[in-house]
Design a protein around this ligand. Structure first.
Ligand code: ATR
Length: 301
């Protein structure tokens, strides 16, 4: 690796958040930049909500190529984009901004792509899975929204289950309306909900189940969560977007039953590939070295 890789011509990008200190994205992008000897940098940008527009304009004026956007700015990012990808439009969320040379801003949502790419990297045939049965999504927050949109795109029937039932119902209705608006002539999306105290009973019919809640997350509400997977069929794929700890209670319960599992870190790593390509112009790989590097960074926290 070259020692002085940031020159006056460096390509610049960053992550806008508030707070932004928890973000792994600077570690990941700068690792890839160094490994590929690209003259560039990716920086954390702590921006208060009322300064978001000023900050984006300032970054554009300073020659940045774009930015990731995290909590609490995802809706503001959607609003500031001149053009938005179809799936981001349906999900109503943008986490990646690309500043174009003509001054316009392109917005996309890379979480759903990252989720699907990670399943595939884990050897799961997503198209075949969609034919096997529905996807059950636990949770109804922003992550559920992006993942559900990508699963609909892959042809899944999507069933939400959330502790607060109204949120699951609201999300299903909202996505249904957004999908029909965008694809007025296409097939209607298959969206429904199941009560929070009933999802475990429904597992036998599911092909995929995803935890998008904070259950089992270090520092979250229930590290000792013990989901009952006894009704799962032997071909159920169990995935969790929580990545600290690496083996969440949900994945542990699935492994104990011999089920196929897919962990959360890969989604974060794969989603970053799209922004990296757009800003720095290079393809990246989520290989063992990348995963090991990020795990080491996580363990130092
Ligand atoms: P994000 O946008 O990252 O998905 P979020 O909007 O805060 O995050 O959503 C967190 C999810 O975890 C929600 O679905 C939440 O359920 P509620 O809508 O009922 O709040 C879920 N969640 C958090 N703590 C939970 C707990 N103890 N039991 C069940 N679900 C929980």
């Amino acid at each position: 690796m070259s020692e002085f890789r940031i020159t006056g011509k460096a390509k610049l990008a960053g992550v806008i958040g508030h707070p932004v200190t928890h973000s792994l994205s600077p570690v990941l992008h700068n690792y890839w930049l160094a490994r590929k000897e690209i003259d560039g940098a990716y920086v954390p940008l702590s921006v208060a909500p009322d300064a978001f527009v000023t900050a984006v304009k300032g970054l554009q004026a300073s020659g940045f190529r774009g930015a990731n956007v995290t909590i609490p700015h995802k809706e503001a990012a959607f609003a500031i984009a001149d053009e938005v990808d179809p799936m981001a439009r349906i999900a109503g969320s943008v986490n990646t901004l690309v500043f174009r040379e003509d001054g316009s801003i392109h917005g996309s949502s890379t979480d759903g792509f990252g989720y699907i790419a990670n399943l595939e990297a884990d050897g799961i045939d997503v198209a075949a899975l969609a034919n096997r049965g529905p996807a059950l999504l636990l949770g109804a927050g922003g992550a559920a929204r992006s993942i559900a949109t990508s699963l609909l795109e892959k042809g899944f029937q999507v069933i939400f289950s959330n502790r607060t039932a109204e949120r699951a119902d609201g999300l299903a209705k909202e996505l249904d309306a957004a999908w029909r608006r965008y694809f007025p002539k296409g097939d209607a999306p298959r969206l429904s909900t199941v009560a929070w105290d009933k999802w475990e009973e429904q597992l036998g019919e599911m092909a995929l189940v995803v935890n998008t809640t904070s259950l089992g997350m270090q520092g979250g509400p229930a590290l000792d969560w013990t989901p009952d997977l006894s009704r799962a069929s032997s071909h159920l794929v169990v995935s969790d977007i929580v990545y600290v700890p690496q083996e969440t209670p949900f994945l542990k319960a699935a492994k104990e039953r011999g089920l196929t599992t897919s962990g959360g870190l890969g989604m974060l790593l794969h989603q970053a590939r799209l922004g990296f390509k757009a800003w720095f112009g290079a393809d990246t790989e989520v290989d063992d070295a990348t995963v090991a590097y990020i795990r080491a960074a996580l363990s130092k926290r």
